[in-house]
Design a protein around this ligand. Structure first.
Ligand code: NAD
Length: 350
């Protein structure tokens, strides 16, 4: 039986990938220590999802381990010798990082190094898939000329008509401390691929979303927005007139791409992984879409000051992914995804 090791296995992407590979007949080992609750408090707690996986999946084995624990990571990879490693654990918030710079860097950069070196020592031939982020591009993206529509910004430069490609520079821009720790991880994952010829890849996520997110204000855009709508809680828009654009991809489509890479890995690759232009929306547009499914008007306030280094407009150019893995397609539309998030919160809240 093939066995896969997934870090951050109780989180949005980790738990989706756990369920996906389990359904394919894999033995699945998950590493998670509920650090999300430490980062974001009780609303970030992911134990509920860990419990669900434990109850539903007989071949899922949870390991309560911190990826910063170097000896622990070396030991578990040596013992399990998995046929693939999927690394989704992180401190995932742009804004949170400045308050916890050591925890942020130790988790995102050093935790990733611990896993890579463990893989190099004990299973260098197996695919190593790392969740990176579009924040590695920093605010250089905000220098692209834009035009303003009634409810969103869009690229005015025809070079970006299909979105942002992987060749966009990650250098000499402001990333946030989170973006910088993810750059460190992204570059070292590429390096283990290129220097040691290991089958590694970085998936630079746009907005990864889905029904199993424990969305909080500092992380999990759509999940948190829907939660606010259902609770009648005030949602705060930070700057850019609420027209800032995000491309949203359902966690199941992320899992499908991870599987495609696992089946036919390459060395040291980088892909922008988001919903693309078709699944993009601004905050104002997300309000309208959510209202359709909840029947409730979104309560919000507007603050003029944008979040430091926040992207004004981002959607991924998916052409490299599609050319390397032509069988992979986006299967979930944005409206489907929002309706699933609404149903999930309704089930969890009431
Ligand atoms: N969700 C998004 O919009 C988005 C966008 C771009 C990139 N990403 C990246 O994708 C990955 C997955 O994101 P997500 O939304 O599933 O995050 P998540 O917070 O839902 O899940 C991450 C999980 O990792 C666990 N974790 C954190 N630190 C840990 C540690 N030190 N040891 C063990 N476990 C730890 C957390 O408890 C949590 O369950 C992350 O690398 C994130 O940076 C996410």
């Amino acid at each position: 039986m093939q066995s896969i090791l997934i870090t951050g296995s109780s989180g949005l992407i980790g738990s989706e990938v756990v369920a996906y590979f389990h359904a394919l007949g894999f033995r699945v080992h998950g590493i998670d220590n509920n650090q999300r609750a430490v980062f974001f408090g009780p609303e970030g707690d992911t134990r509920w999802r860990q419990q669900q996986l434990k109850e539903m999946l007989p071949n899922f084995h949870h390991h309560e381990l911190d990826i910063r624990n170097r000896q622990g990571i070396l030991k578990i990879v040596k013992e399990l010798k998995p046929t693939g490693i999927i690394h989704t654990a992180s401190q995932p918030s742009h804004d949170k990082a400045e308050a916890i710079p050591f925890d942020d860097f130790d988790t995102n950069a050093v935790g990733t190094l611990n896993l890579l070196e463990a893989a190099r020592r004990f299973c260098p031939e197996v695919p190593f898939i790392h969740m990176s982020t579009n924040k590695v591009y920093g605010d250089l993206l905000n220098t692209i000329p834009l035009y303003e529509l009634e409810t969103r910004w869009d690229y005015a430069d025809p070079a970006y008509v299909n979105g942002i490609p992987e060749s966009f520079s990650i250098d000499q821009s402001k990333h946030s401390l989170f973006g910088a720790s993810k750059v460190a991880a992204d570059v070292i994952v590429q390096e283990y691929g290129r220097y040691f010829n290991m089958p590694t890849c970085c998936l630079r996520g746009g907005c990864l979303t889905g029904p199993n997110h424990s969305g909080v204000e500092l992380h999990g855009f759509l999940s948190y927005l829907v939660k606010c709508n259902l609770e009648g809680r005030e949602y705060t828009i930070f700057g850019y007139k609420g027209k800032q654009v995000r491309d949203n991809i359902h966690s199941e489509d992320v899992a499908k791409f991870i599987h495609a890479f696992y089946e036919a890995p390459r060395c040291g690759e980088v892909y922008n992984l988001g919903g693309g232009k078709n699944n993009s929306c601004s905050i104002l547009e997300a309000f309208t879409l959510t209202e359709i499914f909840t029947g409730k008007k979104q309560v919000y306030r507007y603050v003029e000051q944008n979040r430091i280094g926040d992207h004004i407009c981002y959607y991924s150019d998916l052409s490299k992914m599609k050319s390397h893995y032509p069988q992979w397609i986006i299967t979930k539309t944005l409206t489907q995804t929002i309706s699933e998030i609404v149903k999930s919160w309704q089930g969890r809240m009431f």
